[in-house]
Design a protein around this ligand. Structure first.
Ligand SMILES: *Cc1c(COP(=O)(O)O)cnc(C)c1O
Length: 388
């Protein structure tokens, strides 16, 4: 069934009931499926008859998760993968070959940067990294061999915004695909396909699950590109576990409610932080002081749940803010109902050289908070101790 409303799609799309007519979506823990005859086995293998064969590439629980997420992103098809990184790898392996070129935004998730910069380069796929916020920089970096533009918006941890519609035009004029990592906003707040992107990738580990339980990833897009992604997954096998898919399928039911509530708390916290002595700068797309506030308002329906801020006094002060917390979890993960805090310069961005860190704007006084569902009063109290 199709529904026009996002909330209805979140709970009603992609349901396939078994002969038992269970109300809640079933978890199918089986690696293979039985055929009624040799002829049916042959038809299933050749693709003449639809149906499940082997869980590396089809499982009813995984199918339900894929259909629900495709409906939320507004894409024709979705392929779920074992993690966010395997989603990005699968997209590249399915759409590119040696000699092809990628343009990627600076400030990508660390492992994504490593994948493009250090691993794919060994196989003859070169990547140019450009300033995320300047559409002209993408245009200038294009080569005749450019097949993919890959961006993440808002970026981590500085919440820089990529103009998806503008970069989509640049990609399409050059005959390249635009892929957007929609991990931070999720389809609840931002739908890149509606803005002209060809493909969305996800770390479902973050907000799609939303409760820090499982790893997962997904790619969503049009049928032509997703057929290629599916062929890669079927052969190479970076598939999601049915259990993880079931957890994420249920996580999607509360996605918009969580994202709206966590964004509202993040905005309140960002406003409060902006007025605190010792806080030099707050990075949050929902603040009018954000350099791309207008674009964020146009492109996203809320600012998201990631707030970063710089304290006076460098690493020493930043670490004190972290160590004085009693409730907020000290972890580099994000996308949870429990608020987390991290010091990017010594954790997620610790492997960069000091020069590269400075170029990326990751100062020693920078802290990143991924706001969860606790009360804002409790979050303020927990941060105020270290700021005092
Ligand atoms: C975590 C993350 C990834 C990688 O996802 P995994 O599920 O950890 O493999 C990719 N992109 C972004 C923006 C992330 O935050």
């Amino acid at each position: 069934m199709t529904f026009s409303d996002f909330d209805t799609r979140s709970v009603r799309c992609g349901i396939h009931r078994s002969q038992f007519n269970e109300h809640s979506e079933a978890l199918y823990l089986t690696s293979s499926f039985v055929f009624e005859s040799a002829a049916q086995a042959a038809a299933r293998f050749s693709g003449e008859e639809e149906g499940n064969v082997y869980a590396r590439f089809s499982n009813p629980t995984v199918t339900m998760m894929q259909e629900r997420l495709a409906a939320l992103e507004g894409g024709e098809a979705c392929v779920a993968t074992a993690s966010g990184m395997s989603a990005i790898l699968s997209l590249v392996m399915a759409t590119m070959k040696a000699g092809d070129h990628v343009v990627a935004s600076l400030g990508l998730f660390g492992a994504t940067q490593q994948l493009f910069g250090n691993i794919l380069s060994k196989f003859g796929i070169e990547t140019s990294f450009v300033s995320a916020t300047d559409p002209d920089a993408y245009r200038t970096a294009l080569r005749p061999t450019t097949r993919l533009i890959f961006v993440e918006t808002p970026s981590n941890p500085l919440t820089e915004i990529v103009d998806i519609a503008a970069v989509a035009q640049i990609a399409h004029r050059a005959g390249a695909l635009l892929a957007v990592d929609n991990c931070f906003c999720t389809p609840a707040l931002q739908r890149p396909l509606e803005l002209g992107a060809d493909v969305v990738v996800h770390s479902a580990t973050k907000y799609l699950d939303g409760q820090g339980r499982v790893l997962g990833g997904a790619i969503v897009g049009g049928k032509v590109v997703m057929d290629e992604v599916f062929k890669f997954l079927r052969t190479a096998g970076p598939c999601i576990s049915p259990f993880n898919a079931w957890v994420i399928l249920k996580g999607l039911e509360t996605l918009r409610i969580r994202m709206v509530a966590q964004s509202a708390s993040a905005l309140e916290l960002a406003r409060w932080l902006s007025g605190q002595p010792g806080v030099l700068r707050v990075h949050y797309p929902g603040l009018e002081s954000h350099p791309q506030f207008a674009l964020a308002q146009r492109q996203q329906s809320a600012g998201g749940a990631i707030v970063s801020f710089e304290v006076d006094g460098g690493r020493e002060r930043a670490w004190r803010v972290i160590d004085e917390t009693r409730m907020i979890s000290i972890t580099a993960n994000l996308g949870d109902t429990k608020t987390t805090i991290t010091h990017p310069a010594s954790t997620t961005h610790g492997r960069l050289t000091p020069d590269a860190r400075a170029a990326a704007g990751i100062t020693e006084g920078l802290l990143r908070v991924a706001v969860g569902l606790e009360s804002v009063d409790d979050l303020r109290a927990d941060l105020a101790r270290g700021l005092a």
